[in-house]
Write a protein that binds this ligand. Structure first.
Ligand code: NAP
Ligand code: GDD
Length: 345
């Protein structure tokens, strides 16, 4: 039985990857940082909280990381833990580097010092393309990050390549474009939109506020994407791969799709901060723009070409944006019931 350490086990991808690895009969050691409570609601929701071996693990603590890796000698190390919210990275640029870049470096250095054959996976990101130089973006597209988060992830990306080239370590980077699911964190735009339409449908709120409606993202389904992570680490040759859908859409379009799922028909009027989204059946305003959600520098468009991973490993996306939105909206109701009946954090 192979052993994998997964950092970020309490996050969206950590939960789905753990579920996928367990189904492949891999022993999963879930690296979590200390918090007031120990259970992750995501692991509990997926029904796998008892199947994962917990490991207290802080990406800013070298000694703890080194000891864990030296003692466990994992076959795989999936580094998904990160300060992952782009907006917050502008307010916490030093902490973001500390965890996202230096955290990855600590893990790499630990594997090297412990002289292990551990296969390392780094959660790289389309944010590294930032102000994009080609459309679509692929593994050869030059990087131009536009946030402290993007900068930190690019540094970690290069560190991973550097350990591969310098020490022959099995280090791979998955350059993942935005991927969403019912388990997505509340602050990310897709989950925020879905949750707010649900709250409107329950008469708990009248409307909600967003920032830039024109940004375009290549959105896929997280459950499809973790399969790509597992494929990448099982290739003989470590390498870097884009995982994406090769389709891009605006935040505005995502709103329209989610609104439909809850029985609203969104139309738009006004421009810039004056723009509103209203239900054309009732004329009620459901969406307003608030500049507080704008970013100091924006990534306007992301669209990824996944030809390389398709050719090398046979991976391709299975879920359309329309199906993804539909599944997020229907699961939102189930999630609400879950939170009403479980005491989880
Ligand atoms: P997420 O839901 O925000 O989860 C982030 C995880 O990192 C959480 O488990 C969090 O633990 C953990 N973490 C944060 N700081 C840590 C620290 N100092 N030490 C140890 N663990 C720490 O993120 P996700 O969407 O699953 O994304 C997984 C990874 O892929 C991240 O590295 C992200 O940057 C990257 N990525 C994501 C996407 C995407 O669209 N989702 C795209 C490209 C790349 P707590 O629960 O304690 O906060
Ligand atoms: N979060 C948020 N909240 N974003 C908003 C809002 C809002 O109210 N209104 C508009 N947006 C726009 C943002 O300006 C951005 O252009 C887009 O929606 C997507 O924002 P997020 O969902 O926060 O995701 P992200 O693209 O910044 O970052 C996510 O994807 C990256 C991959 O490209 C994160 O998961 C990162 O960790 C990941 O690396």
């Amino acid at each position: 039985m192979k052993t994998a350490i997964v950092t970020g086990i309490t996050g969206q991808d950590g939960a789905y990857l753990a579920q996928y690895l367990l189904n492949k009969n891999v022993r999963v050691i879930g690296a979590f940082r200390r918090g007031a409570e120990r259970t992750s609601w995501r692991l509990k929701y997926l029904g796998i909280d008892k199947d994962i071996e917990p490991l207290e693990f802080e990406l800013s603590e070298f000694a703890q990381i080194f000891k864990a890796i030296k003692d466990i000698k994992p076959d795989y190390f999936y580094n998904l833990g990160a300060m992952s919210f782009v907006g917050t990275s502008f307010d916490q640029p030093l902490y973001t580097q500390e965890v996202n870049y230096l955290g990855a470096l600590r893990v790499l250095e630990s594997i090297r010092l412990a002289e292990l054959e551990t296969r390392f996976y780094q959660a790289s990101t389309s944010e590294m393309f930032g102000e994009v130089k080609t459309i679509p973006q692929n593994e050869l597209t030059p990087f131009h990050p536009r946030s402290p988060y993007g900068v930190s992830k690019l540094a970690a990306h290069w560190a991973s390549i550097n350990y591969r080239e310098s020490y022959g370590m099995h280090c791979s980077n998955g350059i993942l474009f935005n991927h969403e699911s019912p388990l997505r964190g509340d602050e990310f735009v897709t989950k925020k939109i879905v949750s707010c339409f649900f709250q409107i449908s329950q008469n708990n709120i009248d409307f909600f506020e967003l920032g830039n409606l024109d940004a375009k993202r290549d959105w896929g389904y997280a459950k499809d994407y973790v399969e790509g992570m597992e494929m990448i680490t099982n290739l003989d040759k470590p390498d870097d791969f884009v995982i994406a859908t090769n389709k891009t859409n605006t935040i505005r379009y995502f709103c329209e799709l989610a609104a439909n799922e809850f029985g609203y028909n969104i139309a738009w009027k006004g421009k810039g901060v004056e723009e509103i989204g209203f239900d054309s059946k009732t004329n009620k305003t459901l969406i307003r723009v608030n500049p507080k959600f704008y970013r100091p520098a924006e990534v306007d468009i992301l669209i990824g070409c996944y030809d390389k991973i398709k050719k090398v490993a046979g991976w391709k996306p299975k879920t359309s944006l329309e199906d993804l939105v539909s599944l997020m909206c229907s699961e939102e109701i189930k999630l609400n019931n879950f939170f009403n009946t479980n005491k989880v954090n």
